[in-house]
Design a protein around this ligand. Structure first.
Ligand code: AMP
Ligand code: ZN
Length: 471
């Protein structure tokens, strides 16, 4: 079995992955703040994490995956100051904070489904974990890492050695960022809130009693509390977007290690940004963001074309958004589907080709080199092996790619059906019809179309090439 190498932000090196208790792997991914739709940038990060998870599974690890849903009001900006994100949603839409959270977490889950991202084993709402967060703060208080100001409880970063071990930045540089939004009562610019007090003159929709007074948790404490709750003995891999390195993950490490005295996660992986043309990062708080619906579905592009786009760029390289790039990805995906669907799996013995699989695995295990893995996918079609073997090999690869090659036909729009299995007989007719169309044998193609329709399906050629709907 080939060794798996991952780039660890802690060491800034590719390291051979060693699980704490193999074959089990604990994976924690920072979840969304649900005050608005996820944008393509957020989704790029969830796609990268999905590739990682599928690669671990492909390497025979048993992954236990935990993700939070940030439904508690946090503040716009990383620095514990400014407007509350959930309350901003409330103002914008005239709904309660709980309704906003429900609306956008449902939308988030639907997006993941469309992108064929595997669900975590545990999805924890932050609002369901207030006692866990309070307990962790109590432990930090007992260990003297906490001090109180007029607006909340803060973690004293000067008491934690190596505070910058993840960011690798001199403290002055971290302080620079911290100065943007100033709180004069903080002892050190890098100190961060563990608990914030509700203000006396304004009732918050989301607030809780605590030993220190009515309020709400600071942003970073949630991920520490939730990951320690579920992954105590399997703190293997923690991921997020690159924007989390300097503040959110740095603070998670400081407070967790201060509380437990143990190392908090062995591997830290970060995905690079999706940028808009001009190089600026797509962000929720700016209005430059595009959702899956707006950028793909409304433009008659398959959401999986975005998955295909993400596969084409290494996760540590910035990716640029443009309509043209998405269209090209759709064409690339169509071409892959067309080649795949033409393979006759009854021609010869169906088995995975070991040589090609090893090449594929080598690319994956080199820190998720998906562009290289895609090159191996293309080489399958050209390989001098029987069609059934090509088919079987690609089905095996698709466990990682997640492009639903076998389903070719996914039904998003047709009423009430999200995806379904076509019988082998229908799939065969679809395959023959595509070949007939390519050979310009339209009489044969039409005859096959009628047979497909007689079985209760509807063929649409004008949209995705192989889209078939239930009638
Ligand atoms: P949020 O909902 O803002 O907490 O972000 C959810 C995830 O998306 C986090 O892991 C962020 O690091 C990530 N993220 C935010 N903006 C981008 C972007 N433009 N490109 C890639 N990932 C991003
Ligand atoms: Zn987090």
């Amino acid at each position: 079995m080939s060794k798996l190498y991952l780039y660890n932000s802690l060491s800034k090196k590719k390291e051979e992955f060693q699980a704490i208790s193999a074959p089990k792997v604990g994976l924690y991914t920072c979840g969304p703040t649900v005050y608005n739709f996820a944008h393509l940038g957020n989704l790029r990060t969830y796609l990268f994490e999905d590739f990682l998870k599928r690669i671990l599974i492909y390497n025979d690890y048993k992954v236990f995956h935990v993700e939070n849903i940030t439904d508690v009001g946090h503040l716009i900006g990383d620095m514990d100051m400014g407007e509350d994100k959930m309350e901003a949603g409330v103002k914008r839409e005239g709904k309660s904070a709980w309704e906003i959270a429900k609306k956008y977490s449902d939308a988030f889950k639907a997006d993941l489904e469309k992108l064929n991202i595997l669900r975590p084993d545990v999805w924890e709402k932050v609002s369901d974990n207030i006692p866990e967060q309070i307990n962790l703060i109590k432990t930090l208080e007992e260990k003297s890492f906490v001090y109180q100001t007029s607006d909340g409880l803060y973690f004293d970063t000067s008491k934690f050695p190596n505070y910058n071990k993840l960011s690798h930045l001199p403290l002055e540089d971290l302080k620079e960022g911290a100065r943007v939004e100033k709180n004069n009562e903080k002892k050190n610019p890098t100190d961060f809130a563990l608990w914030k007090f509700s203000s006396h003159d304004k009732k918050r929709q989301m607030e809780w009693e605590s030993p220190w007074g009515l309020g709400f948790p600071g942003w970073h404490i949630e991920c520490s509390a939730i990951s320690l709750k579920h992954l105590t003995n399997n703190l293997d891999i923690h991921c997020g977007g690159a924007d989390h390195i300097n503040i959110h993950h740095t603070n998670e490490i400081a407070q967790s290690e201060a509380a437990t005295g143990n190392k908090f996660f062995n591997y830290w992986l970060h995905g690079a940004f999706l940028n808009i043309p001009g190089g600026k990062k797509m962000a929720k708080s700016d209005d430059n963001f595009l959702t899956l619906k707006k950028a793909l579905i409304d433009k008659n592009l398959d959401p999986l074309a975005y998955r295909f786009t993400a596969l084409q760029v290494h996760y540590r390289k910035p990716m640029e958004y443009s309509e043209e790039i998405l269209k090209q990805a759709q064409e690339g995906l169509n071409s892959l589907r067309r080649q795949f669907v033409k393979l006759d799996k009854t021609k010869g013995e169906a088995k995975v080709n070991e040589d090609l699989k090893n090449k594929f695995l080598e690319a994956l295990n080199d820190d998720l080199n998906m562009p290289k893995a895609l090159a191996v996918v293309n080489s399958v079609f050209k390989a001098k092996i029987i069609e059934a073997e090509k088919y079987e090999t690609l089905v095996d690869f698709d466990k990682v790619l997640g492009l639903k090659l076998e389903d070719i036909i996914i039904d998003d729009e047709a009423k009430e059906v999200s995806s379904f299995d076509l019988t082998e007989e229908i799939k065969e007719k679809v395959r023959l019809r595509i070949i007939a169309r390519e050979n310009k044998d339209f009489a044969q193609a039409d005859a096959l179309r009628l047979e497909i329709e007689a079985a209760g399906f509807m063929v649409k050629d004008e949209k995705y090439e192989f889209k078939i709907y239930r009638k």
